[in-house]
Ligand binder design. Structure first.
Ligand SMILES: [Zn+2]
Length: 288
């Protein structure tokens, strides 16, 4: 009996030990296997994520302006026609005289880049905008109209000479989604020469995008509409351009053409000073 018990205990111990070794080995094996498998899975996910993102990001950027096309449409038309301005011309509270004195200084430590864009020009307001950009060591992209560029060739040349760049905003600002492919091509061909195109009103569709991509042109929309076209008051323009939704990579939409842009010009020094204080540099869209 006792021998049997010793034997069975011995066998039990051996079985337990063997089981332990098997468990350790298999865990180790699985660990080794997973060390090879999981990182590659993560790696592929990490690789896939950016590949998946652009279409959705593109879809969202396409959706954003399209979400309020009527607003945008009427607003840009309103920008060209008299529009009741809000009686708000009080100076913005965001920028103090101290901030203004910093405008000539180099920007502080980088938090990132905010891209500044102006649409519908050039116009008589463009030189004043270039003055502010020069004084603040900033640049911007001007999405110009072909017919206005013909009216203001000096301003157009000055933009490039100052280190800013020019995008194509078509010849005379039609809604491209309502045009036939041939008309879209005509609008692009008679707009400013640039590899970047901003469709008027931010309205786009597959036909527009197919034509752009076939010609090697890049569609550039925006992430923040300062609504300067509606002349909401300098303070409101500054607030929308420097608010919590601004982050590295934001594209600000402003206007140097299409109507009275005095509020835009008044707001611009405060916008750039505030963004620089927040640690941003203000730049043109690269590659346009
Ligand atoms: Zn426009």
């Amino acid at each position: 009996m006792s021998r049997l018990r010793i034997l069975s205990n011995g066998l039990l111990l051996a079985a337990l030990t063997l089981g332990f070794i098997i468990v350790v080995t298999s865990d180790g094996g699985a660990g080794t296997g997973s060390n090879g498998a999981i990182p590659s899975a993560i790696a592929s996910t990490a690789l896939e994520t950016p590949m998946v993102k652009p279409p959705s990001a593109k879809a969202s950027t396409r959706k954003r302006p399209a979400a309020s096309p009527s607003q945008k449409h009427s607003s840009e038309q309103a920008a060209r026609t008299p529009h009741p301005a809000r009686p708000d011309n009080s100076p913005p509270a965001q920028a103090s005289p101290k901030q203004r004195s910093r405008q000539g200084d180099e920007p502080p430590a980088k938090r990132g880049t905010v891209y500044l864009t102006f649409d519908d020009g050039p116009s008589q307001y463009t030189p004043a905008i270039l003055d502010v950009l020069r004084a603040t060591h900033s640049t911007a992209t001007f999405f110009e109209l072909g017919f206005r560029q013909a009216q203001h060739p000096t301003e157009a040349a000055q933009i490039r000479a100052e280190g800013s760049n020019i995008g194509n905003h078509t010849y005379n600002h039609p809604d491209l989604t309502k045009l036939a492919p041939r008309q879209i091509q005509w609008q692009l061909a008679h707009g400013p020469r640039s590899s970047c195109v901003r469709p008027p009103y931010g309205t786009t569709n597959r036909t527009v995008e197919r034509i752009l991509s076939r010609q090697g042109l890049r569609e550039v929309l925006w992430t923040i509409d300062t609504r300067d076209w509606s002349r909401p008051g300098t303070k409101h323009i500054v607030k929308s351009a420097t608010g919590p939704s601004v982050r590295a990579g934001s594209i600000l939409l402003m206007h140097d053409g299409g109507g009275d842009r005095s509020e835009t010009i008044a707001a611009l020094p405060y916008i750039i000073a505030t963004l620089q204080q927040q640690g941003y540099v203000v730049r043109r869209i690269p590659g346009c």
